[in-house]
Design a protein around this ligand. Structure first.
Ligand code: FMN
Length: 341
């Protein structure tokens, strides 16, 4: 049993969230994580309201446990947040923006609010806005990276600033050792993206999952602006695939001068609407795309060094808890062992 105060607040058994890793974090992976005692978070940014409501209902059809919905606040419109409040989702997890306008309305409807932050200052502002907890994102993270600091430095710095508000750790955690490390830094749990992308239920193409399993941290690239079409000025970490290699071979030119700038790399059909994908688009690959996957961003964190298999998301949760318990037992034995003279 590994319970922190946050577990009681959220009504979950284990202090493990799956991140809303875009449309890849669909109802199946969310429900699998929640059913295993963690808290699955639906990736919902950019969806039209009817589709968002449909996904929330699909999550509810698959689990009766608490879950979250993730929305990126940059350029957010009223519709999706209102829809989530209307649907009385248990938890909203925001990223990249000011949560202040939404905390009051969410709490009035019994919806908890969290935000993923990249600095102690951002965490302090979120705490002042009244969020229920913050997620501190280290620079090791996959996808869009708000943090510029290593997780081992950021988490205690954020804990010191927002205490007693609960803090979760995100980026660089993929196993039980990472969970215990996060707890030892003062976090009350973890939020993981890349580990759950490589799960059976994640709504991403098999090649992308396999690439995470076969990659190491050194195969990830952190860039300010490579996949910036649709979301500029947002640093991100991706795996090195053909489109990244092409850009590196061209000398890492800035936005506007990249190879094949302005062309399209395929299309996506979602809820009956088809969209032509511009090269360097900031999208998460899903089975909805008919494109050469080598030309889409394979968002991934440094944790791919620790991910060696694709397994059911519920198993990921159970394995992490079991390993964390073993680590804590090992530490307790070190603590109680006779000291060498
Ligand atoms: C494929 C992918 C897509 C992501 N999309 C989002 C997103 O839409 N919204 C968000 O808040 N975070 C997103 N993130 C970032 C995660 O919230 C989290 O910070 C990150 O996954 C933590 O690092 P890790 O991947 O090493 O676990 C994404 C991450 C990945 C890997």
């Amino acid at each position: 049993m590994l319970k922190t105060e946050l577990c009681a607040r959220l009504g979950i058994e284990h202090p493990i969230l799956s991140a809303g890793f875009g449309p890849g974090a669909g109802p199946e992976v969310v429900a699998a994580v929640s059913n295993a005692g963690g808290c699955g978070v639906l990736g919902a940014s950019g969806f039209r309201v009817p589709y968002l409501r449909e996904l929330i209902r699909r999550v509810r059809a698959l689990t009766s446990k608490p879950f979250g919905v993730n929305l990126i606040l940059e350029d957010i419109e009223e519709g999706p947040i209102e829809a989530c409040l209307d649907e009385r989702v248990p938890l909203l997890v925001f990223f990249w923006g000011d949560p202040a306008p939404y905390v009051g309305p969410a709490h009035a409807r019994g919806v908890k609010v969290a935000i993923q932050v990249g600095s102690a200052e951002e965490a302090r502002e979120a705490a002042e806005a009244g969020v229920d907890f913050v997620i501190a994102q280290g620079v090791e993270a996959g996808g869009h990276v708000r943090g510029t600091t290593a997780l081992s430095v950021l988490v205690p710095a954020v804990v010191d600033v927002v205490a007693p508000l609960p803090v979760l750790a995100s980026g660089g955690v993929a196993d039980g050792r990472g969970l215990v490390a996060a707890l030892s830094l003062g976090a009350q749990g973890v939020s993981m993206g890349t580990r759950f992308v490589a799960s059976e239920e994640a709504f991403v193409p098999p090649l992308y999952k396999a690439r995470i399993v076969s990659s190491q941290a050194e195969d990830t690239v952190y860039t300010e602006d490579l996949f910036d079409v649709g979301w500029p000025n947002a640093p991100h970490r991706v795996l090195r695939n053909a489109i990244v290699r092409e850009w590196e071979a061209a000398g890492r030119p800035p936005s506007g001068q990249r190879p094949g700038e302005g062309t399209t790399v395929g299309s996506r059909t979602r809820a009956g609407e088809t969209w032509e994908i511009p090269k360097y688009a900031s999208i998460t690959p899903t089975p909805e795309y008919t494109s050469d996957l080598e030309y889409l961003p394979f968002w991934a964190g440094q944790t791919c060094s620790l991910i060696h298999d694709i397994k059911p998301a519920g198993q990921v949760v159970r394995d992490i808890v079991a390993e964390a318990e073993q680590v804590i037992d090992r530490l307790a034995r070190i603590r109680s062992a006779p000291q060498p003279v």
